[in-house]
Design a protein around this ligand. Structure first.
Ligand code: GLO
Ligand code: MG
Length: 351
């Protein structure tokens, strides 16, 4: 008999503990160093780290130009020892392709061939770093693959460029998996891969469909005007939901990354429900959070959003597991969806 599933593993990224900078104002809290952040994970109930390549090797391009591949690997080895010592795992590594002066016009879809080449080389270095840190999941958040005005690029060619990059990475390492994290806008006006359907289309078109999947962030789905739990269900059906970034979003505005469930508890309940009912986590998938703390929060209590998002997930998991399926089925059989609607609200309110 298979063992009942009892424990989800949680992850977050170092950027989720931050200084409060926004487009209109500077930092309001002193930074925590990476060494300090690593100390927080276990205490907050997390075992996985979502990395960017340059979280592991700061100033990655300069380091590579000066010390070459060996320098990247020696720094990565040191971080591997450090996280091992804390009992932590690298869940994913993502090339940060949106900060370099060479990715101003996009990375894989830049109009300049030289810039596209940089994006690919940087991604290959990221694969090397992922391997060295013991991780087989490469996340591609395609931040600048899109346009501010349509006429600057060809959307059809852009899809081809992204696919070429994915194929080149699949070929570069025959074990690495690629997780595409779609987002419809921000920083771009319009992104080329806005939803999980677009991402999964690319996966099937790639040279190794079994190694290309997706990562769904709640806020990104909401910004696309979609229901995050249905986006998750779509990817789960295709066996391509390999990570999630749970958070919340209050309407169609900038990407807020609010604490999970803090805007719409029922929407959060439905995300936990679709994950739990479709076996998410049973093959080692992490419950990732991508949440920002409010700018107002004093530094010494600027990790509460992580603690509370994780607890909200677990509280809602309890709600999913204690939901009376028999009653649910009775309402469905009678087509009494009004009755079911109210029953759910009562359940969520603990009544
Ligand atoms: C931004 C994205 C970003 C990614 C991260 C991982 O909107 O959600 O935070 O998740 O860079 O690649
Ligand atoms: Mg994210």
């Amino acid at each position: 008999m298979t063992k009942p599933f009892t424990e989800y593993c949680f992850s977050f990224g170092p950027w989720n503990i931050h200084e409060g900078t926004d487009p209109f104002g500077p930092a309001v809290r002193e930074s925590f160093s990476f060494d300090e952040k690593v100390e927080f994970y276990r205490d907050l109930g997390f075992v996985g780290i979502q990395f960017h390549d340059d979280d592991i090797v700061p100033d990655i391009d300069e380091t590579f130009n000066k010390g070459g591949h060996a320098q990247l690997m020696s720094r990565t080895k040191a971080v591997k020892t450090q996280i091992d010592n804390h009992g932590l795992t690298a869940e994913v590594v993502a090339p940060r392709l949106w900060e370099s002066p060479l990715t101003i016009d996009g990375a894989y879809t830049a109009n300049s061939a030289k810039e596209r080449q940089y994006a690919l080389e940087r991604s290959k270095r990221c694969v090397d770093i992922a391997n060295e840190i013991g991780c087989k999941n490469l996340v591609l958040w395609l931040a600048r693959e899109g346009t501010y005005i349509r006429e600057t690029k060809s959307s059809a060619n852009a899809v081809g460029y992204i696919l070429d990059a994915i194929n080149a990475l699949l070929d570069y390492d025959s074990e690495m998996r690629i997780l595409i994290e779609p987002k419809p806008n921000e920083p771009m006006d319009m992104a080329y891969i806005p939803t999980i359907g677009h991402a999964i289309g690319l996966a099937y078109a790639s040279d190794a469909p079994e190694r290309v999947g997706g990562l769904i962030e709640s806020a990104h789905a909401i910004l696309a005007g979609l229901e995050p739990s249905d986006e998750m269900g779509y990817a789960l059906y295709h066996k391509k939901l390999w990570s999630v970034h749970l958070n919340d979003q209050n309407g169609l505005k900038f990407d807020q990354d609010k604490a999970f469930g803090s805007v719409n508890l029922r929407r959060a309940f439905n995300q936990v429900r679709v994950l739990e009912e479709n076996g998410y986590g049973r093959n080692g998938e992490f419950v990732g959070l991508d949440v920002k703390v409010m700018r107002t929060q004093p530094r010494h209590i600027s990790t509460k959003h992580l603690l509370s998002s994780r607890r909200t997930f677990l509280n809602l998991l309890e709600k999913v597991r204690t939901f009376d399926k028999k009653v649910e089925q009775e309402f469905i059989a009678a087509r009494d969806y009004e009755g079911l609607d109210f029953y759910i609200l009562q359940h969520l309110l603990g009544l």
